[in-house]
Every structure is written in structure tokens, then in C-alpha cells.
Design a protein around this ligand. Sequence first.
Ligand SMILES: *[C@@H]1O[C@H](CO)[C@@H](O)[C@H](O)[C@H]1NC(C)=O
Length: 512
Amino acid sequence: MASSALLILLLYATSIGTTVSVKDMEYYTRERVEKSIESFEKSLEIVKIIVEGKDTSDWTSVLKKVLKFTARYGPAFGGFAGAAVNFALAFVGQDDPVLIEVKTQFAEVNRKLDSITLQINSLKTEVQWVTYASVYSQDELKISNSWDMFKEFLSDSMAAKDEDKKRQLVEKFTQFYENTATENSVTNFYKYLTGEQPSLTENLLELMVNKFSGEVEKVKTYSMYFRGLMWKGLQLNLIYYKLKDFNTEAKAQQSIIQFYNVTQAHTQTVLKCIENFEQYMKNDVEVIGTSESLEMTPLATKVREFLNKKYFWYDWIVAVYKKEDDSSHDMVRFTKFPLEKVIVAVSFSEKGNHLIGNTIKEYASDCVKKIECSKPEVLNKLPECSYKYSRYGPSTYKLAMTQIAAIHISTKKDGFSETPDALIRNDCYWGFFSVYVKSDNQIRQLDPCSGNTDCGNGQCKRILDTSLTICECNEGFYGEKCEINIQDDVMTVNVNVGEDAEASQVAGGKDG
Ligand SMILES: *[C@@H]1O[C@H](CO)[C@@H](O)[C@H](O)[C@H]1NC(C)=O
């Protein structure tokens, strides 16, 4: 034993959990605590990222935020447990500025985690969650209780006057952890989220998507909560291992991968939820249409407002007409929902500006006016109408079907409601037709992935038929451009900030 640091570590390993020697405690000096602070702060940053809410009204940022996981959660993730234990066992006064800063940050992070819990509680009532997830909620409760226990341990330990007291606190915490079998609950919870389903009939994430009928915002809130809980659980394990002096580094490496796996499962769930929106949308329209006996215009408005809010990446077009008039309406690129008395037809296009559409309207309207209000006429003649586009000098374009979001052709002038107003509309004496032109982004970016999209270790993926893309990373990579290899995080994990890493370096140097 050439290195005194290593010797202290070994003493620490054999003593904690039963009795902690004075030397062990002395190891946690103020200097080491100060070294831990950076790692602690980084770890708390992760939680802030996990629970960060929506703070923008721009739909692309909202969706990107939902799908983005760029935090370097690896090394920082592993650092938290070591750092937290350093703080808990350090011999520094209660009013030490370093400790005060740590306490403030830790409290702030817990506030954020709690605020998510509050949001979840109201959602739980909404979907009678307990009925569906009673199995999982037992594990949830154990993790939450143990986290509260850890918070108490941390603050009591920082305030403790002597090492005996600290030692008692360590024992109290580790015993609580063992008696409640929280480690087992963490394992269960990981399985619920990543697909192995020991006792639930469905994966927890899928269960949630179904309960919320594919509502991305709610699914996101729940996912943040689950990831927050998973973070707490994995950190608690590491803290427990550390206090018992098990091989914390290997456990930390495993935890990083587990957290990564949970994050991947979360991303896939949200993506699936977005991509399967039509399935949920159909249900939504039917529910609104059958639960309310509204006149055509309020019904069209209500459906549109609902869809615009829930499927916020699209501008929704809604037409309602009497069921007996069905043969008088030709709906091109609409989905029709026959209800009791009326038919609701919906269509959509990506949100955004309509400068191109307005140009088309301006220059092609004379041509459009000559088209008669029948489906063959409209479909044949509309693409023959041309317009001038003068951004880089005048050019003439044909109105292409790919620029059109939806067309409504009717041989009746009344008994219907349509919202919003069409961009191009032509009235014939026996009817009318409305043409909805796609947004500028959608027209310009027919294949947004063909451009300069560098996804490193992954593939560019277009979100539905919008101009929004994300990088879908290969297994083991993450980041906005899939630039981070999870193995790098695993390699650089340093759970024992200012302690083991340094100690083993010193030991290695002297021994070798
Ligand atoms: C993470 O997921 C991968 C792929 O699904 C799996 O092979 C691996 O065992 C998981 N890792 C852990 C630590 O559970």
C-alpha cells in the first residue's frame, strides 16, 4: 500500500455500513468538496434539461424541443452520486459558501422536479391513472420516498456536528434503502419504460400514449416525469452503492446506459405518437362530433380549434355539410367523418407563411375564374393556371398539384360550413370550389432531408410531411447531430469526483 489515499479508501470500503472510522470521515475534506462542485452542477443541469418546459409558441421549436436530447448526461450523470456523498460527509460548516451554493442549486432542481409531479397529479386525476397503473405506482412511491429520505440525509448530514452523527445518518439512509427494496423498484421501473414488462400488460410509455390519446404535450410532460424519476432512482442506487462502497464506477457506467436507453425509448414513443396522429385525430373528431349537438358552423370551428391545438404542427381545414348532400361535395385530400346528421371533412397543411399561395392567388385568379365547378374540370384545369413569381426576377410557374393542400368542390352553395377561408375560391352559378395552398416551407422543401443535413452517426428523418427534420441516431449515439457516442460517456465516467480517480492515479503512479 504505497498510497495513503488508497489506504484510506480501503479502510472506507471495509468500514462503512457497519461503523465508519474517523479516518474515513477525514477523507472528505473541504478541498475535495470544492472539487466536486463542478460535477454536481453539471448533474443538476441534466435534471433542468429533463424537466425544462415549453417556452415558445413557434411550432418547430416546440416539436424540436420535444424530440431533442442533447445534454451530455454521461459523465455528469456519473458524477452526481460521488459529489453528493462528498457534500454529505464533508467536514465543513453549515454556513460555508460552497455548501450554501450547492444547497440552493439542489433545492432549485427539486423544485423543478416537484413542479412536474404537480402537473402529473392533475393529469392522473384526468385519466384515473391509478386504476391503470397500480402496479407501477408502488415502485414510483418507493423511489419518491427514498428520494425524500436522501434529501433529508443530505441536509441533516451537512448540518451534523460530528462524525458519529454522520455515521448514524449513513446507516439510517442505507437501512431505509434496503428495507424498502428501492433498488428493486428502480430495476422494475427501468423495465416498465424500456419494454420488458414483468407485470404490466403494456409498456408504461405506450399505456400513457393511449391514455392521452396521442396528445404530444401531455405525453411529453409524463415522459419528463418518468425520466426525472428514473434519474432519481439511478442516482439513489449510486449513492447507496457509494455509501456501501460497492464498485460504484461500474454501476455508474451501467446507469448511464440505462438512462440512455430510457431516453431512446422516450424519443421513440414521442415520435410514434406524432407519426400516428391520424389514428388519434379520427377518434377526436368523432368524439367532438357525437358528444355535442352543434350547428354546422360552431361544429367546424370547434373541431378546427381542437385540432389546431392538439396537432399544433398543422393548420387544420374543416368543412361540415349535411349528410344528405354528400353526393354534392367532392373533397380532395380531405378525410371524411360521417356523423349522425352531418359529414365532417378535415384536411391539413404545415403551419407557416403563405407568400407563395398569395402570389398564386394574385396571378392565377383570372385563369381560376374560368374553371367550372366540377371535379374533372377543377383537377384538369387547375394545374394549367400559371403565376408569376418575382423574388429573383420574374418567372412563370404552373400551379402544381403538389402545392395544393386540399380542394373542396361543391354543386351546392349553401348547407355547409368551412373554416378557415380558402386561399383561392371560385363561384360558379351552381356551386363553388375552394383551393387551399400549402405553406411556403412545405412547397419549397419537398424533401427537407435531401439538403445539407449532417446527421453523423444517424439518419435524417423527416417529421410527417412537414419541412421539419430530426436526426435519428444509430444505437449508442445521441445528440442533435448524433455526434455523441454513449461509450465515450461510459469511458469518462467519474463517479468519485476528487476522490477515487485521483486516488487511483496517485496509487497507480506510486505503485508502478
Ligand atoms: C440498452 O439497450 C440495448 C438495446 O436495446 C440493450 O442491448 C442493452 O442491454 C441495454 N442496456 C442496459 C444497461 O440495460
